[in-house]
Design a protein around this ligand. Structure first.
Ligand code: FE2
Length: 390
């Protein structure tokens, strides 16, 4: 029987090679002035960036530019908002990785109310955002966060009182997502690995989530299939456009899934670690994914009432192993082995490389929200996960 569910809105999705060529026409549908948000890896200076600017100019669109370095903080968003409210742009366009898209999403949300972003941030401020925003177009240049399809922007302040929290509203789902896999062919193997593992984590956590529904299940399994087929190849040969398209598709699905089903322990860790250290989100997810799932499975096997989650692990094993006629336990163990092999193959660095120390482990675990993890993990189990990747 298909159970009941609610599904959030989606952006209008333009998916495929060279879809970036449609951006100016899409933007012109909103007006004649655009605020263009990009990341530090200067997309604007690339031949593709120049082509985008030229096509916007040809449509008579005036462009103001904001460049965001690293993950967006409240100060970065507030500054961009105060400098670009008069005159108000007709549309905000963000082109870049997850940080640039989240910055653009937050700026488009804050332009109308103005003021301090922190006031509206989950777990930090107390004000409820009214949901009005400037239309927002998201153009990912990495395949990972799925921010082009989510309703939240992740905002970080790093330090001893740091946080990594969301600005969230149903209306913050981008109006349009232009997902052009050709924009990702210049991603380095390191970025491909980290963002690809973020996407993979999002798909598995949404599939295992206590809030999963029949729609997210269908999409998550398709996404996991695409990751298994495409991620190692995209890492080995960045110019392989088939593998790049597979990962762009998987990332888009991962965003839709997380927006509707939530996430699990690995993303809980990511917020706790990311508040203290500047470790890229995808690295935290990728480096902890195998061990966290191993510990999850062990905890689930102790509690046989967890059959639903174990059956889901088995389903994922069947997909990544591509074998038929084996037992459920074979597929579950095979899935965990696959994750460890993938971690090695993609050369995901340990957290110690970014300054995380053993002494930090209790604090990290204390601040780790398990979100919709399929099983409750103890502080000892959480510590075991982080310790294995220091
Ligand atoms: Fe993520």
């Amino acid at each position: 029987m298909v159970g009941p569910f609610i599904f959030s809105r989606l952006p209008v999705i333009h998916f495929g090679p060279a879809k970036i060529d449609n951006l100016a026409t899409i933007a012109a549908g909103y007006g004649r002035s655009a605020l263009l948000v990009t990341g530090s890896a200067s997309f604007i200076a690339s031949p593709m960036g120049e082509k985008v600017l030229k096509s916007l100019a040809e449509k008579g669109i005036r462009v103001r530019k904001v460049q965001v370095t690293g993950e967006p903080s409240p100060a970065i968003v507030d500054k961009a908002v105060s400098e670009n409210r008069a005159p108000m742009p007709d549309v905000v366009i963000a082109i870049g990785g997850g940080s640039a898209l989240d910055a653009g999403k937050a700026i488009s949300a804050m332009l109308l109310p103005g003021g301090n972003l922190k006031d509206y941030l989950e777990g930090v401020g107390t004000r409820e955002h009214p949901g009005q925003k400037v239309p927002f177009i998201a153009v990912p240049t990495t395949a990972g966060t799925g921010s082009e399809a989510t309703k939240n922007a992740v905002i970080s302040e790093v330090g001893s009182n740091g946080f990594k929290k969301s600005l969230r509203h149903e209306n913050f789902v981008p109006d349009v997502a232009v997902v052009d896999p050709l924009l990702t062919v210049t991603c380095s193997p390191e970025i491909t690995a980290a963002s690809g593992m973020d996407c993979f984590t999002q798909l598995t956590e949404a599939y295992l989530s206590t809030k999963a529904n029949p729609m997210t299940d269908a999409l998550a399994l398709k996404g996991i299939e695409a990751v298994a087929r495409s991620l190692p190849e995209a890492f080995r040969d960045g110019k392989n456009t088939g593998a790049r398209a597979g990962m762009s598709f998987a990332a888009l699905l991962s965003g839709i899934c997380l927006a509707n089903a939530g996430l699990g322990a690995v993303h809980g860790f990511s917020s706790a670690v990311g508040a203290i250290y500047e470790v890229p989100h995808g690295i935290v997810c990728g480096t902890l994914m195998a061990k966290a799932n191993e510990v999850n499975v062990r905890a689930l096997r102790r509690d046989r009432s967890a059959d639903r989650a174990l059956a889901r692990y088995s389903e994922m094993g069947k997909i990544v192993l591509g074998e038929e006629g084996r037992t459920e336990d074979y597929y579950i163990d095979g899935f965990i082995d696959y994750l460890f092999r993938l971690t090695d193959e993609l050369r995901l660095p340990p957290l110690g490389r970014f300054g995380v120390m053993k002494a930090d482990i209790p604090g990290i675990c204390m601040n780790t929200d398990l979100k919709n993890n399929p099983v409750k993990l103890t502080q000892e189990e959480l510590a075991e996960i982080v310790e294995s990747r220091i």
